[in-house]
Design a protein around this ligand. Sequence first.
Ligand SMILES: [Fe+2]
Ligand SMILES: [Fe+2]
Length: 135
Amino acid sequence: MSLISWTDDFSVGVESIDMQHKRLVEMINALNDACAKGQVDEVIGKVFNNLAVYTKKHFEYEETLFRETGYRDEAAHKQQHAQLIEQVSALKTKLDAGEQAIGDEVLAFLKKWLTEHIMKEDKAYSDHLIRNGIK
Ligand SMILES: [Fe+2]
Ligand SMILES: [Fe+2]
């Protein structure tokens, strides 16, 4: 079963961003599946790394749009992204050192983070980006 189910409630009204968010949902679900199937740490670690890399790319995409369109909450939003990147890299350090495994706690954190960030911070830029013709 999927950890997160995409619904149109998550849509920010910008197609390119919705596609990236859907991909992030899929990647967290893939991580959940890998854990549920009891995959070896190496496989789980790879799925986690893919998620971390894609998340960074996605943040860069949003931040480029903020810069190009002069989004007024750019600084605060970037701060949120930076915080998550930091949490994920701290997690990665622990995983690599074998001090932490990806389990329910980590998955719940990722789910909560992604869904809350989309619903709150990302939705807040919807009108601004749409007005600026971003698709
Ligand atoms: Fe986003
Ligand atoms: Fe964001």
